[in-house]
Structures are given as structure tokens and as C-alpha cells.
Design a protein around this ligand. Structure first.
Ligand SMILES: Nc1ncnc2c1ncn2[C@@H]1O[C@H](COP(=O)(O)OP(=O)(O)OP(=O)(O)O)[C@@H](O)[C@H]1O
Ligand SMILES: [Mg+2]
Length: 283
């Protein structure tokens, strides 16, 4: 089942600082780190990535073909698919896999995530989702018809030179909205966690960074409020995917929940307690 790597803990200690060195680069061949749903099954072979087909791959492939035709460079291209596996272009750079590097924790990195999402939403706006089977529905209130990515987790964002340059893992994409994607991005990138669970320079900065994310995206004022109102629903939607998978015995999600379930419970509590503050920060 496709899933959000929605829940990865904040960096647990100091991130590697300084310029990227080849030691940090993903190996040119072999399994890639960062996945939960397909843990150990996403494999790089030079310029391509092979990963298991998801139940809604026909829709995802149509979406990725649309993005390619629209000239959007911030997503993988589908090179081939058989009954079990898809072959995608490998996107050079570094997925934001914990522990996050210092340059992924900066305000500039957050702004680049907003800009990447805005570019994606522009490119996807002309895509018609009708006639395809899509994954788990987004709450109707936050569905405009725009096909949102829906899993803007760090491990699904590729960085180069301190900037987010591509989204990967569109397994949860489906009819949603820009506000829903920004709620997902805010939760993971501000991040909207209990301060005790943020052990890096972003500690205590969540509300300021939430405002920055929305400003950098250039969201209209009424839609900013909608993002703030979507936060708790977005959290619950993501957690339900994980806890459903745990209930079904999925080993990757079981390990994930065992390690970060507590962080998630505290994050929800933080978001509940800060509803009014989030609305105020949204402006
Ligand atoms: N096209 C790509 N280009 C570069 N790296 C990639 C690409 N696809 C996957 N990766 C790397 O492989 C990791 C796992 O991939 P992916 O997100 O597809 O796995 P997953 O198990 O389906 O994830 P999730 O648990 O978020 O559903 C990513 O975090 C990234 O490091
Ligand atoms: Mg992923």
C-alpha cells in the first residue's frame, strides 16, 4: 500500500554541516534509504529507479506524463512499467532523509519547498483526474479537484545546493488542493511538532516558519486560513494510513510507528493547542 512516510522524527541530533561530500551521496546502485511503504524495495540502477507498482499506478503514471508534457522538471519521469515494477528517472541530489542536513533546516530550504509546490501546482492545474482510480480520499472540505501530492514528507523531496528541486513518490497523489499540500508541508517542514521533539535550530520557530511557508508560496489570504484549518485533519489523514498499515501487519510501518508514534501523538496535541495561533500566523 502506498503510504506517507508521513512520520519521520525530527533530526535527533546535530546534522552533518558543511558542503556535500561524495560520502553523503546515494550509492549509484542498490536500495535507496528513506522509504517506509516500500522499505528496501526502491532500488537505484545508475540513472533509473525501480520501485513496486502501487494500486493506483495508472493514475500516477498519467499524472507524471502530464507533468513531463507541461515541462515541469520537479518530478520523476516514467520510463517503463511491467505488472509489478515501475522504472523512473533517478533525480540527482539528496532526498531529505533524517538526520536532515543543516542546509535542509534553513529558512531558505523552507522557501524552496514552497516554491517547488507552487511550480507543481501550476503544472498540475491543467490535469484532469476524472476516470482514474486514486488512493485514499482527501476530506471533501479540502478537495478542489487539483491533484495534490499529499505526502510532502522530507524523504519525498530532493535537494540540490540547499534548495528543494523535486518531489518524488507520487503514490498518494490524488484530487485534493493546494491548501492540503501546504498543510502537509507545514507539518513536516516547519515542523509542527511539540518543541521537545525538535532538536535542531527550528525549535520554537514553528509559527514563524508556518507564516514564511505561506508567504513564500504566495497564497491568497482566505486560502491561508484554510491551510491552518487543514492541519489537524491532515495529521489524522496521514496517521490513519500508517495505523491502518500497522493493523495489516506491514513491517515498515510497524517499525515506523514504534519509533515515532509518540512524536506524532504529541504533534497532534501541539497542533490542537495551537489552532488559534496557527490561524493568527496564517494572517
Ligand atoms: N526518482 C527518484 N530519484 C531519486 N531518489 C529517489 C527516487 N525515487 C526514490 N528515491 C529515493 O528512494 C527513497 C524511497 O523512495 P520512495 O519514497 O519511493 O519509497 P516509499 O517506501 O514508497 O516511500 P513512502 O514510505 O514515503 O511511501 C526516497 O526517500 C529517495 O531517497
Ligand atoms: Mg517516500
Amino acid at each position: 500500500m502506498p503510504a506517507p512516510s508521513a512520520l519521520v522524527p525530527p533530526a535527533s541530533g546535530p546534522s552533518p554541516a558543511g558542503p556535500v561530500t561524495p560520502a553523503h551521496a546515494p550509492a549509484a546502485e542498490g536500495p535507496l534509504p528513506g522509504g517506509t511503504a516500500n522499505r528496501g524495495l526502491v532500488v537505484r540502477a545508475g540513472h533509473v529507479v525501480r520501485r513496486p507498482l502501487a494500486p493506483c499506478s495508472a493514475a500516477t503514471h498519467a499524472l507524471l506524463a502530464h507533468l513531463a508534457a507541461a515541462g515541469f522538471g520537479g518530478a520523476p519521469r516514467v520510463l517503463a512499467a511491467d505488472t509489478a515494477t515501475e522504472t523512473l528517472t533517478y533525480i540527482d541530489g539528496w532526498a531529505a532523509v533524517p538526520p536532515l542536513r543543516d542546509d535542509m533546516l534553513s529558512d531558505g530550504a523552507l522557501v524552496s519547498v514552497a516554491e517547488l509546490l507552487r511550480g507543481y501546482h501550476r503544472a498540475v492545474a491543467s490535469f484532469d483526474p476524472a476516470g482514474y482510480r486514486w488512493p485514499r480520499r482527501i476530506p471533501a472540505r479540502f478537495t478542489t479537484g487539483l491533484v495534490s501530492h499529499n505526502d510532502v514528507h522530507p524523504a519525498n523531496v530532493i535537494f540540490r545546493d540547499g534548495r528543494a528541486v523535486a518531489l518524488i513518490d507520487f503514490d498518494l497523489a490524488g484530487p485534493g488542493s493546494a491548501a492540503w499540500d501546504l498543510a502537509s508541508a507545514a507539518r513536516h517542514w516547519c515542523p509542527l511538532y511539540d518543541d521537545h521533539d525538535v532538536a535542531d535550530p527550528r525549535q520554537g520557530q514553528a509559527l514563524r516558519r508556518f507564516r514564511l511557508l505561506l508567504e513564500a508560496y504566495g497564497l491568497a489570504r482566505d486560502l491561508r486560513r484554510e491551510v491552518a484549518e487543514a492541519i489537524v485533519d491532515n495529521h489524522d489523514w496521514s496517521c490513519a494510513i500508517i495505523t491502518d498499515a500497522v493493523r495489516d501487519g506491514h513491517p515498515g510501518f510497524t517499525d515506523c510507528w514504534n519509533s515515532i508514534g509518540g512524536v506524532m501523538v504529541r504533534a497532534r496535541d501541539w497542533c490542537e493547542r495551537h489552532r488559534a495561533a496557527l490561524l493568527a500566523a496564517a494572517g
